[in-house]
Design a protein around this ligand. Structure first.
Ligand SMILES: [Zn+2]
Ligand SMILES: [Zn+2]
Length: 71
């Protein structure tokens, strides 16, 4: 199973599933502020190909809300 962010295998104890794909905790970051989305809450926000934390999302409109599943 490879991380969508860096394309490397995920061997970590924790991995994240978002947008039906898998991510390292370190790779799933907000496109704006680079915070780790797995740490800031249970949802992330998508606008185009940007992934945003809630705080940055609030600055945008028309985002699609998707759920973030911590496995
Ligand atoms: Zn990765
Ligand atoms: Zn952010």
């Amino acid at each position: 199973m490879n991380c969508v962010g860096c394309r490397k295998p995920i061997n970590d104890r924790y991995l994240l599933k978002a947008i039906d794909e898998f991510w390292h905790e370190d790779c799933l970051k907000c496109s704006c502020c680079e915070c780790r989305l797995g740490e800031v809450g249970s949802s992330l926000f998508v606008k185009g190909d940007l992934l945003l934390c809630r705080r940055d999302y609030l600055r945008f409109v028309c985002c699609t809300i998707i759920s973030l599943v911590l496995l």
